[in-house]
Design a protein around this ligand. Structure first.
Ligand SMILES: O=P(O)(O)OC[C@H]1O[C@H](OP(=O)(O)OP(=O)(O)O)[C@H](O)[C@@H]1O
Ligand code: HPA
Length: 190
């Protein structure tokens, strides 16, 4: 299961971003290039663990949630909303602060309204800063988050998301050391 994802993760280079051990992988960085079979493996797996008939919209965050989210949207016909890092000044635009292990920024929500049922798909959960801020903002808007799915998880940030009432589904959980990436868990394994 998820053989392409696991083997590509094990081969990921790790660099320092400040104190943070940052792994570089096609799904989380688009580097060196994205094998469509890898994206398809991930999208097909996600479709076995979530019910897309339940949702109005797939929500993802610019930039690297987009490849997997677009694959899910194409496979199901469910539209995609991208949370952007730039404002559009449209009526109803919602602004939120994003903080990761290595960066801070602002995200902007457009195209969602009270009563919408969504799944959130992203490439990585690490500190949980990005997804916690997004889930809080969506709840304030009256948007129902049916599922939160991350292709890769590292660290304990997912616990913070659980505290907001949604248990994230993480396909592969990893440890990232200075020397490389180690697989810790695959969704569905004990
Ligand atoms: O759990 P966290 O510590 O918040 O980290 C996870 C976030 O970090 C990455 O986004 P980034 O802002 O680097 O943007 P990118 O997708 O453009 O690489 C990733 O896509 C997640 O959204
Ligand atoms: O180590 C990382 N690599 C790529 N994307 C990420 N998003 C959070 N942490 C990481």
């Amino acid at each position: 299961m998820l053989e392409r994802l696991k083997s590509s993760l094990i081969n990921s280079p790790v660099i320092k971003r400040g104190e943070y051990n940052y792994f570089i992988h096609p799904i989380s960085d688009g580097v060196p290039s994205i094998d469509p079979r890898l994206v398809e493996e991930i999208a097909d797996f996600i479709l076995t663990i979530t019910d897309m008939e339940e949702v109005d919209t797939v929500v993802t965050i610019e930039a690297m949630g987009i490849p997997v989210a677009i694959a899910l949207s194409l496979k199901t016909g469910v539209p995609l909303t991208i949370i952007r890092k730039r404002p559009y000044y449209l009526e109803g635009e919602v602004e939120l602060s994003q903080s990761t292990g290595y960066s801070k920024g602002v995200l902007y929500i457009n195209g969602l309204k009270k009563g919408d049922r969504v799944i959130i798909v992203d490439d990585v959960i690490s500190t949980g800063g990005t997804l916690v801020a997004l889930i809080k903002a969506l709840k304030n808007m009256g948007v129902e988050v049916v599922d939160v799915i991350s292709v890769i998880g590292r660290g304990t940030g997912y616990l913070q998301i659980k505290e907001h009432g949604v248990e994230p589904k993480i396909l592969v959980t990893i440890d990232v050391g200075e020397k490389g990436v180690e697989i810790k868990n695959v969704f569905g394994d004990k």
